[in-house]
Design a protein around this ligand. Structure first.
Ligand SMILES: [Zn+2]
Ligand SMILES: [Zn+2]
Length: 400
């Protein structure tokens, strides 16, 4: 609770509702199971507290748990930081370089993106993370990444405890049962027979916790490596994607332009310091970003505008042939539609008969010739629902 209080300011208390989501529930359960089992195994069976080593080991385990939870709750409750509602650049001429967000009624600052789940424009948005049920962005990039580092380290320590507990205890048992000679690896150091016997349920629980810990180590460890690669170039995951698309666009249209990512400070250490600081607060205000020599303050946003225009040109029109309420699994549209709706948390757009949508990516359907689609008067509703689910980020809706 102490950890929670230090992180949550009073006005942030409404943020507690973020805990009510499958992501935090599963993540916190895994943390609870692994750390509790590691402590129980340590104290009862592997390395009791009556030795200095045992005490240090136990304190280390508590330390991991506290640091993991601290960074986890920081990432969740401090949040990424949002672009102020109604924000516009100081000089009105600069508006032409920026995208406008209709929902937030503000211009999008460089590096910001609108998150549909948070329903706000997020400063230096990296991605929306279901495990913290919040976006990862400007303010919580460091605590999020620290969590990604600490969770595997804690899990490796816990895994070591689980393996050693099971090995020591099983080895003792097997020696007891199969031969009358008992070999204990460390008989000189401690009493091999614990007060509470290491039963089948303790073995099962340790094995289960070991599985969780190893799974977390691999999955979260990989995320950490991906995040660090991006941070050392002073990028976000979204910006890596934009850079890829910039290369494709320049190649496709043979523009001869070379897109230079403007926020790379030129050295890994400088880029690192943009995210990680001693104060815990990242550099700058999250709205204005220093750019490298030869780059314009709005190099990236201008590239985004070009990509958006390009997308409009390449989009395909579809006309809805029936109403769709935007329901998750529509009951009235037949069995095929009901059972094959995509597994995604993306919000769905409701459609009315006659609506025209412009789709730009996803289904093979999109590659159909646009004129043919319009001639046919639309596509079947099943395909349209898939479109309205998948392409939501890239769909411009028009009503004729
Ligand atoms: Zn917005
Ligand atoms: Zn979000």
């Amino acid at each position: 609770m102490g950890v929670l209080c230090s992180v949550i300011r009073f006005e942030n208390l409404h943020e507690l509702k973020r805990l009510c989501h499958w992501g935090p529930i599963i993540a916190l359960s895994v943390i609870a199971i692994c750390s509790t089992m590691a402590m129980i195994d340590t104290v009862l069976w592997y390395w009791p507290l009556d030795t200095t080593g045992g005490s240090v080991n136990f304190i280390m385990l508590i330390n991991w748990t506290v640091m993991i939870l601290y960074n986890y709750f920081n990432a969740m409750f401090v949040g990424p930081g949002y672009v102020p509602m109604g924000w516009k650049p100081e000089t009105s001429q600069d508006c032409m370089y920026l995208q406008y967000c209709k929902v937030c009624q503000s211009y999008k600052t460089p590096r910001s993106h609108h998150c549909r789940k948070c329903n706000r424009c997020v400063m230096k948005m990296d991605h929306h993370c279901p495990w913290i049920n919040n976006c990862c962005g400007y303010q919580n990039h460091a605590s999020f990444t620290l969590f990604l580092l600490l969770a595997p380290l804690g899990c490796i320590h816990a895994s070591f405890i689980f393996v050693m507990t099971m090995y020591t205890q099983l080895y003792n048992r097997i020696s007891f049962g199969w031969s009358s000679v008992r070999i204990d690896m460390s008989a000189a150091k401690r009493d091999p027979s614990p007060i509470i016997p290491f039963g089948l349920s303790a073995f099962a629980a340790s094995l289960f916790a070991l599985g969780l810990a190893l799974g977390t180590t691999i999955a979260v460890g990989m995320l950490f490596i991906i995040q660090m690669k991006v941070i050392l170039r002073n990028k976000t995951s979204i910006e890596s994607w934009i850079e890829e698309k910039a290369k494709d666009r320049n190649q496709y249209y043979r523009t001869g332009e070379i897109f230079i990512f403007p926020y790379d400070m030129g050295s890994k250490w400088k880029n690192f310091k943009q995210v990680f600081t001693w104060s815990g607060f990242p550099e700058g205000d999250g709205l204005d970003w220093p750019v490298r020599e030869g780059c314009h303050r709005y190099s990236l946003t201008v590239e985004q505008l070009k990509q958006k225009a390009d997308k409009r040109v390449r989009s395909v029109r579809y006309r809805a042939i029936a109403d769709y309420s935007g329901a998750c699994c529509p009951l009235t549209k037949g069995l095929k539609t009901f059972f094959t709706t995509p597994c995604t948390e993306e919000p769905r757009i409701a459609l009315r008969k006659g609506d025209v949508i412009l789709a730009t990516r996803g289904l093979k359907l999109v590659s159909t010739h646009p004129l043919e689609c319009l001639k046919a008067g639309g596509v079947n509703l099943w395909a349209l629902i898939h479109l309205s689910l998948f392409q939501i980020l890239d769909v411009w809706r028009q009503t004729l």
